[in-house]
Write a protein that binds this ligand. Sequence first.
Ligand SMILES: NC(=O)c1ccc[n+]([C@@H]2O[C@H](COP(=O)([O-])OP(=O)(O)OC[C@H]3O[C@@H](n4cnc5c(N)ncnc54)[C@H](O)[C@@H]3O)[C@@H](O)[C@H]2O)c1
Length: 301
Amino acid sequence: MKIKVLITGGLGFIFSHVTEYFVSKGYDVVVIDNETVGSHPEIIDGSFTYFKDDVFSKESYDFIVKHNPDYIIHAAAISDVDFSIQNPNETIYKNNQSIVNVFEAARKCSNLKKLVYISTDEVYGECEYRKQETDIIFPKNPYACSKAFGSLLRITYDNTYPELKDKTAETRFCNVFGERQDDRKIMSAIKESILNDKIIPIHNGGKGSREYIYIGNIPEAVELVMLKGNRVYNITLNDSYTVTELIDKVQQVTSKKVNTVESQRSGMDLKYQMDNSRILELGWKPKFTFEEGIKKYYEII
Ligand SMILES: NC(=O)c1ccc[n+]([C@@H]2O[C@H](COP(=O)([O-])OP(=O)(O)OC[C@H]3O[C@@H](n4cnc5c(N)ncnc54)[C@H](O)[C@@H]3O)[C@@H](O)[C@H]2O)c1
């Protein structure tokens, strides 16, 4: 019998790639997604079971329990920092209710081997040095706070409920870029600017420094954590750029001009950086370097 993997947010930028990868590997894939911002319903082709709903609904809870999957990957979230700053109530309510609903449903899944919670480097807050998974989390915007809630709840559920003991793991990605990302994120905004002469807002003088990773590296990292992980794993290759440096780099690779306008983001962390030794020790072998990733991403230009 096929191994059943249930993915929440499986139509989104990152997890549409994960959904397709898992289907191609022969897993029995089940997706819940509410088809809001970032979703790609065009990937629905009958190769996986699909349920359109909010993950925080009673119907989604019943659906997860009914499917009784071997693995659950909880990725669905409102993932836009600027939106979260404008709408903290909605972001925190929906993201956190979704997390609790998935963990509660997981407790009722007798076949469950692992629940993987998908989180972000943003939970660390300002990173003066490369943060390790054992470092304190210190989220500093509503989106990061809503994600950090899941990081805490995972520990709580793993510790409190014997049915989830040693059956949870978490990934913290740096900034992922690649095909299907919408232009709320910097890499795709830069691409929009190049292709359609769009002027893109650059927060706080372009000084924000982030680590970037190409989407092609993510599906296998998620599968590895799902099959072998039992704690938190930072996912990064430590390719670190300020937004200004990133724009220079893309202009250099594409020989095209990126048009920008100054903007301000309140409470923005200046730098995220993470230590990746733990995921490498688990056996992660990334397929694409940053350079290869940007060449693939911009090759249509
Ligand atoms: N993009 C990044 O660089 C990055 C970095 C670190 C972590 N992450 C995390 O990875 C995950 C995916 O990020 P992404 O950039 O692909 O996001 P995305 O916004 O492109 O996709 C999110 C998907 O989840 C769905 N969704 C959102 N809320 C939902 C809900 N309540 N119920 C059902 N479906 C819902 C949306 O319809 C969409 O298909 C998120 O958990 C995010 O926090 C992303």
